[in-house]
Every structure is written in C-alpha cells, then in structure tokens.
Design a protein around this ligand. Structure first.
Ligand code: HEM
Length: 542
C-alpha cells in the first residue's frame, strides 16, 4: 500500500510539473498577444529588493491602471482600476480561476474554498457561507472578548511583575496578535483552544510552520516542491509534511468528536437559532449538526484548514497595522479611547456596543485600506475575455487570451491618487464624508444606502475602489467575523493601555508573503491607563 501510495504521489508530482510547464507555455504565448497593453519591464531585482507591490505601484503611476508586467518571457496583467477589478471579480467571475495561487495552496488546503475547483467550490460555498449568519457572529463576540481578555490579563501580569518605577512593558504586539488570532480562529471555527496566548504546543508550532511554508511558496517562483522525491529529501519539505500531519491529525480528531457528539437537541436549537444555551457554538458544530454526519471527513478537514490559514495571519496583520498607525497618531488614539470609554463604561462588549463604536470600526477599515491583506488578488483567465478599459484606460478595452495571469493590485486601488484624497494618510474620518464625485468610482466609503445595514465600508459602498475582502462570488466568507474580531480586540487593548512604538516608525520595515507584515516585529511600549474615563497617565520615554 505504501509503495502504491508513493507511486500515486510521484504521478501527481509529474502531473503538477506538466501542468506548470503548460501554464508557462500558455503564459508565454499569451504574453505575446497582450500587445495593446502598456508594458512595464520588471527586473529580477524588483522581486527581491523590496516587496513587489511597491514596484507595482510605481509602474501603475507610470503606465496606467491596466498594464502588462513582463519579467523576461513571463508576463502578467496588473489591474489597479475599480471597473476592471469589478469585471474580473464579479461580472465575469466564472471565467477566471485562482491560477498560481491555487497551485501553491492546494497541497495545504486540498479542496478547501480558496483553491477548490469550480464544482467543489459551488457545493461547499453554499454550505459554509450560511454558517456565518448574524446569530453566529453575535455568539462569536463573546469568544472574541474572552480571548482578548486573556491577552490583556497576560499584559497586566507582565506589568505587575515589572519592578521599575515606570509601569511600562515592551512587547512585540505583532506576535501577540498572531497568538490571539490563532486562539480565536481555533475556538470560533472548530471549538479547539490552542491557548497560544499563554503556552506553546506542537500543534501551534505546526500551524506556524505551515503558514511559514505557504508564505515561502507564495514568494518562491520555481515550484521545486512539486519535483518527485523532494518531500522526502529537502529538510524544509520534510518538516512541512510533518507539520501538516500534526494539524491534520488534530482536525481529524475534532471532526470525529463533533460527529460522535451530535445531539438532536442541539440541532433543534440551531434550527431555531437559539445560540444562548449551546455549549459549542463553533462553525464545525453548525456544519456537522445542520448537514448530518455523512459529510465527507476529508472535505470537512480541507474546509477547516482553509479557514485556519485564511483567517489567522490576515486578522493579526489588521490589528498590527491599526496599532502601528494609531501609535503615530496619538490624538486619534485618544479619540478612539474616549469612544471606547463612553460606550463600554464597565460593561462587557456586545454586538450592540460595537455598532456604537463607529470610530473604532473606521480605524480598522482605514488600516485595511492602507495595508490590505493580501495586497494582490491573483486570477487566471480560463477563456478569452475582454477587459473593460476602466476609468483611465483605452475606450475599447483590452482583449486577453485564455491563460492570462492577472494581478489585481488591492494596494494600488486603495492608495490610488485618482480615487482617494491624500491616499497615503491615515484618516479614518474620510469614510464619514462621502465624496460626490462624478464619473469616478466614488470611494464614497460610508454610504449606507448602497449597502443597507452594513456596519463597515465595503466594496459595494465604494464601487470596488475599496476591496479588502475581494468581491463577487469569491469574496471572503469570514469578512464580518474578522472585522468584529479586530474591533473587539482593539477596543479592549485601548480601553486598558496607551500604546507607543518602541523605536521610530521607519525601523518597522515591511515584508510580504501572503500578508504584509513587519520584518522583525511590532515592538511597542504599553502603559496602563489610569482608569477608564479618568485622567490618564502621560507616556514617559525611557
Ligand atoms: C477569501 C481577505 C479573514 C476565510 C478572502 C479574500 C480576501 C480575504 C481578499 C478573497 C481572495 C480572492 O478573491 O482571491 C481577508 C482578510 C481577513 C480575512 C483581510 C482579515 C482581516 C478571514 C477569516 C476567515 C476567512 C476570519 C474564516 C473564518 C476566507 C475564505 C475565503 C476567503 C474561506 C475563500 C472564499 C471563496 O473563495 O469562496 N479573504 N480574509 N477569511 N477568506 Fe478571508
């Protein structure tokens, strides 16, 4: 059995190699047929000197909002225009797949929503998306609060153990947010407490190892891991497969347990949307209870793995950049703290409280505008298509052949000088004053009439000028989960602490893989605020 499974794997590797070769060929051919597009010639040094999305931005200003990027014989179409983005993501979504992204993620996520083929995706999206309904999200607010409070109490204990006169601790908040987001995704999605805020475990190490490898693969341009035998000889690939096995075993155990403990009582409560008396409110419980025990275990595991990876570092990054921006804008931090004080007082956070914390919510979306996760969306045309010219492009649009690889630069859209005033500035308030601009996709931002009931600006309120969660049928399923989670965590942090950067903002260099993160952590100084609503301590430099 062992021998036949290794033969299968070697067949799969050969198939992947052939697929890669054929994709490269298609790409070379299509590169030649993208003649009508302005062209940016990329040098290999552009890939290594600094994050690629910076270069894509410079070329956007130089060549316009739809251009061809040629790296030697390989080429991509880079889109920085809301109308073209809307066409690819929403209007003609099913003419595209995830291309190279699916190739990278498939070994990790299997047939999970992100890399899934269209047939599987259609079936699973219908099952998973309803799981994120409003009562689930309301129940999640408690999970977000409990986990955030664990982080806060860890910081408080660290402060207490400080013997210095100045009550201050220095922490890498990026690492802390990463642990927090892992705990939340574990409990919210499959009722598993990683407890990573307070401890280390083999499963936690395996999750980080897998994320690290996913990131490596997304920035490494030759997929050597598909070569036969590599997984048995290259140390990092051996480690990767060991890590995957640890996580898979853990998820398999949770799925088995969820199926064995399925109770008709709980199903009734779920059907009546009575979450108050349920002990386990996780998405896994919903998927197993509502769909019965005959759900395919392998598929369920791929779904959970996908959400674990998709919902962890992304949310941690939003919190990291929100704090980075606030720490440079003390008056905005104070404004946010006053909002938290006035809404919460001594109360626990509820969904109703979050609805009242408008400024905090806008801080989160403004951080997502400036530091979108991921900064690029990747697509490959499954058939020939005609891209619209967009706001600044050629009136006739652009014909692209099947096989064309497209990068939708979310970073460029979010910082486009054509759609945003002072695009590089941190101005959460910008979403409060819709701009009545004519002809240009309004970044209108906060026009509730375009998306009634939306708590946060989104791609609809901005007509695709702001697409932090993508758009169209493949839009993030966890968007509201992530936004509420980030708002709760930020509110609880600011309620208790004043935060300052330890060094200068320039020292916080960025690097990218799937998300934008810091090179060596977001080192901050935390001081306890005197008391909620009372006169506060002044930050003292040490
Ligand atoms: C898809 C962003 C949090 C699960 C996406 C996409 C984006 C995104 C941009 C679309 C990708 C594309 O079109 O190629 C984010 C950001 C997050 C976040 C910025 C945090 C701030 C989460 C969370 C979960 C999640 C918490 C799950 C609990 C997914 C899934 C997909 C997805 C399953 C694939 C959807 C599909 O193809 O049907 N996310 N995400 N994400 N996200 Fe998120």
């Amino acid at each position: 059995r062992c021998q036949s499974s290794s033969m299968e794997k070697s067949k799969t590797s050969k198939k992947n190699l052939l697929d890669n070769a054929s994709n490269l060929l298609t790409n070379l051919l299509s590169g030649g047929r993208l003649g009508s597009l302005p062209t940016a010639e990329g040098a290999v040094s552009d890939l290594f000197g600094r994050p690629l999305f910076f270069s894509l931005y410079d070329w956007f200003l130089e060549h316009g909002s739809v251009y061809k990027l040629a790296f030697g014989p390989k080429s991509f179409v880079v889109v920085s225009d809301p109308i073209v983005a809307r066409h690819v993501l929403r209007e003609n979504a099913f003419s595209y797949d995830k291309g190279v992204l699916a190739e990278i993620l498939e070994p990790i996520m299997g047939k999970g929503l992100i890399p899934a083929d269209l047939g599987t995706w259609k079936q699973r999206r219908k099952v998973i998306a309803p799981g994120f309904h409003s009562l689930f999200l309301e129940a999640m607010v408690k999970v977000f609060t409990d986990c955030s409070e664990r982080s806060i109490s860890k910081f408080e204990k660290l402060l207490e153990s400080e013997n210095s006169e100045i009550e201050e601790i220095q922490l890498d908040l990026e690492a802390e947010f990463s642990n927090l987001a892992l705990d939340i995704i574990g409990l919210g999605i499959f009722n598993y407490d990683f407890g990573s805020v307070t401890k280390e475990s083999p499963v936690i190490k395996a999750v980080y190892g897998t994320l690290f490898e996913a990131e490596h693969r997304s920035t490494f341009y030759i997929p050597y891991w598909n070569l036969p035998f590599v997984r048995w000889i290259v140390p990092r690939q051996i480690k990767f497969h060991n890590d995957l096995k640890i996580i898979n075993d853990c998820l398999d155990g949770l799925i088995k347990n969820a199926k064995e403990t399925r109770q008709e009582d709980d199903v009734e409560k779920l059907q009546q949307r009575d979450y108050s008396s349920l002990k386990d409110v996780s998405l896994l419980r919903f998927l197993v209870d509502m769909r019965g025990v005959d759900v395919d275990d392998r598929q369920l595991r791929d779904d959970l793995m996908t959400m674990l990876i998709a919902g962890h570092e992304t949310t941690a990054a939003v919190l990291t950049w929100s704090v980075f921006l606030l720490a440079q804008n003390p008056s905005k931090m104070k404004k946010a703290q006053m909002e938290v004080d006035s809404v919460l007082g001594g109360k626990k956070i509820t969904l109703e409280c979050l609805k009242k914390m408008e400024y905090l919510r806008l801080i989160i979306v403004e951080a997502l505008r400036l530091y979108p996760q991921p900064p690029l969306l990747i697509r490959r045309a499954l058939k020939e298509d005609k891209l619209p010219g967009g706001y600044m492009g050629n009136e006739d649009g652009y014909s692209i052949p099947a096989g064309t690889d497209i990068f939708i630069s979310v970073y460029n859209l979010h910082r486009s000088p054509y759609f945003w005033d002072k695009p590089d500035e941190f101005e959460p308030e910008r979403f409060l004053t819709p701009k009545a601009n004519e002809g240009i996709a309004g970044w209108a931002g906060y026009d509730p009439s375009r998306s009634p009931g939306a708590m946060y600006p989104n791609e609809i309120t901005s007509d695709f000028a702001f697409i932090p969660f993508g758009g169209g049928p493949r839009k993030c399923v966890g968007d509201q989960f992530a936004l509420l989670e980030s708002t709760v965590a930020l509110a609880l942090l600011l309620q208790k602490f004043d935060v300052q950067l330890r060094g200068s903002p320039d020292e916080v260099q960025l690097i990218t893989g799937a998300t934008i993160h810091t090179k060596s952590g977001l080192w901050c100084k935390l001081r306890r605020r005197a008391s909620v609503g009372a006169k506060q301590n002044q930050l003292v430099e040490v």
